[in-house]
Ligand binder design. Sequence first.
Ligand code: ZN
Length: 334
Amino acid sequence: MADSNSKQDLIVGVDLGGTKILAGVFTPQLKRLQTAKLSTKAVRGFEEVVERIARCIQDAVDEADFSLKQVKAIGIGAPGAVDPSSGEVVFAPNLEWSKAPLKKALEKRLEIPVFVENDCNLCALGVHEIELHGKPRHMVGIFLGTGIGAGLILDGHLYSGFNRTAGEIGHMVLQVGGPKCGCGNKGCFEALASRTAIFRNLQEAVKAGEKTSILELLGPGQSLADLKSGDLRKAIRKGDKLVEKIVEDAAEYTGVAVANVLNLLNPEVIVLGGGVIDALKDEMMSIIVETARDYAMPGTDKGIEIVASELGDEAGIHGGAVLARQRLKSASSN
Ligand SMILES: [Zn+2]
């Protein structure tokens, strides 16, 4: 290990997803030094996932030629309802966790302070602090991936609501009696515009006999569900009209959701992110912005920016680092 490295304090941000774990090593000034990725293997259960998170953090720190002893705090985003004060993941359907003591288990394993938040809240925090330099007083981050979630920054602070579940924008109903959602309801935003919804619509269209070139991207034994958002972009750029139409529909619903947010909260900036937006920015953003301005109450959207995040899938680890630094600071000033 280089000598100059050994005295550097570090902060780690972790994005825990249903399929993968991403860990990032940061300086206290929040400069990102290194990342590492590992599959989650949620089916193996809580203990094993905790072990994999620890391993992923260790890998990221090791790759950057640092030691775990230099890490002063870890901020981690989990997909579901989180109690940030106890660090417990109250409910995370993608991981099949309920009342999982994530903070406790990781602190016991690594002997480093751990702070837990909802993943979309952390993504919003990362975008607000790192990408927008903490400037907007009011910002909403909407993240489209396997599911859809949001994080709200109101009056400069993360807003989490009475039961700490604010920002569940994916379950805002946009089509009464529409397609069934994972939450049990019908016509939720998530059931209309998430990656899952886009591929379900594609599957149904193929079943109904519509033609698409995207099937050519399938490897042996693969089904449509194995494809990624980037494959949708490839198909559209090759002139696939069916994929283009389905992605445009998703963009239109997203625009309607953005208009609802505009009308309700009137934030300065609405940022869109997540895997779907990251892969399909060029195909979706102009439709989203146009639809949102169309549906917003006249005059309410004046001067408001509707933009795509540049942080891509690193928003979560950046947010994790921001959270860890905030908590460390408030602990040292008490
Ligand atoms: Zn729902």
